[in-house]
Ligand binder design. Structure first.
Ligand SMILES: Cc1cc2nc3c(=O)[nH]c(=O)nc-3n(C[C@H](O)[C@H](O)[C@H](O)COP(=O)(O)OP(=O)(O)OC[C@H]3O[C@@H](n4cnc5c(N)ncnc54)[C@H](O)[C@@H]3O)c2cc1C
Length: 332
């Protein structure tokens, strides 16, 4: 991999296309731009590629990506990265892009880790922006010492007593995925009703997962790392549970962050694009969850199509002799 970590002096580089965001849309865009003959850099604020999939649900099975009857989130990310590799894009991971300045025929992007990337065009695949987990009101001192907001690798929790906190899809998914691996799984939710999909709620009730509702986490304790958690109900009932891991799945707050300052026309906290995926700035395109147009649907499969559409129009923008319509990849 050609990769530039955030540490050290910020690099200067010049490419045909800068892709902002290494989620599924950005990774597929990187493949496609390489296929169209462009040099590509991909910047992401997170330290790893994969966007929401890698950060929020790497172990979940995804059923609606063409060609995969079912695919584990992280496996899809690995396949996308492998596909993009063919054209050797430069990755700037841990680089949040803060500015996009126009300079004649190019755009200069600046990152919070000090990189400057000069690009003929920019494709913004920033998803829902930076996503920050909603914090558990207690126990923050145990963060990464038993308390976690994401579970990138399920097997790390094998054999442990795990308490999952939350009532949405992620909480129930983690509880169900951990059931067969962990020594025990307890699901704690402050309301009686779950927000999660009905089928998941039925599965949880039919499983060995212990369900405690309506309970809230009152205290997390342990000597350096989590060993115990106290949950309390509104009528004062208290239960102490052994726990080496507490997974707080309380949702996340999405924040577009610097993207809002780039002079792009926004609607519903997304970037408005035309039918070529171009924004109101000539050299800036957007695709994936971050783009908006009438009839928009946010799905991985649709992000792939939007990325390919954007890149084909960017090819013609960068070189007017280039056709928007590509040849077939099977001929490459
Ligand atoms: C629990 C869950 C389950 C889901 N299941 C499905 C499913 O089954 N099928 C489906 O089709 N979809 C599903 N989705 C939705 C799917 O994950 C998204 O549609 C998809 O991830 C969007 O991809 P993206 O690349 O556009 O954006 P993202 O995956 O959000 O990636 C955007 C990337 O941009 C980066 N970024 C943002 N701003 C900047 C900046 N200024 N500088 C640098 N980097 C930046 C972020 O760090 C992030 O890595 C699910 C989502 C969740 C949360």
């Amino acid at each position: 991999m050609t990769g530039l970590a955030a540490a050290g002096a910020g690099p200067e580089l010049s490419v045909d296309l800068l892709i902002i965001g290494a989620g599924p849309t950005g990774l597929y865009g990187a493949y496609y731009a390489g296929f169209r003959g462009m040099s590509v850099a991909v910047a992401d604020a997170l330290p790893a590629v994969g966007g929401q999939i890698a950060a929020l649900y790497p172990e979940k099975l995804i059923y609606d990506v063409a060609g995969f009857p079912a695919v584990r989130g992280q496996d899809l990310v690995d396949r996308l990265a492998e596909q993009a590799w063919r054209w050797n894009p430069t990755y700037l991971l841990g680089h949040g892009v803060t500015r996009l300045d126009e300079t004649g025929e190019s755009i200069v992007a600046t990152t919070d880790a000090g990189a400057r990337i000069t690009a003929g065009a920019v494709l913004v695949c920033g998803g829902i922006g930076n996503f920050i987990p909603r914090e558990l009101p207690v126990g923050s001192e145990y963060l990464d010492r038993g308390l976690r907001y994401f579970v990138p690798r399920l097997h790390e929790l094998a054999g442990q007593d795990v308490v999952v906190v939350g009532g949405g899809d992620s909480a129930l998914d983690w509880a169900l995925s951990l059931e067969s691996l962990a020594s025990s799984v307890t699901l704690v939710h402050r309301r009686t009703r779950f927000r999660a999909h009905e089928r998941s709620v039925e599965q949880v009730h039919a499983s060995s997962v212990r369900v405690l509702t309506p309970y809230e986490v009152e205290k997390i304790s342990g000597d350096g790392t989590v060993s115990e958690i106290v949950v309390a109900s509104s009528d004062g009932d208290r239960i102490t549970l052994p726990a080496q891991s507490v997974v707080a799945a309380l949702g996340f707050i999405a924040d577009l962050g610097p993207i809002e300052q780039w002079g792009l026309e926004l609607r519903r906290r997304r970037i408005l694009v035309d039918r070529t995926m171009r924004t109101n700035r000539e050299r800036v395109f957007a695709a994936g969850d971050i783009s908006d147009f009438d009839g928009k649907v946010s799905l991985i499969s649709i992000g792939f199509g939007e990325a390919a559409l954007a890149v084909n129009h960017i090819a013609a923008l960068l070189d007017p002799a280039c056709s928007v319509t590509p040849g077939h990849s099977s001929d490459a």
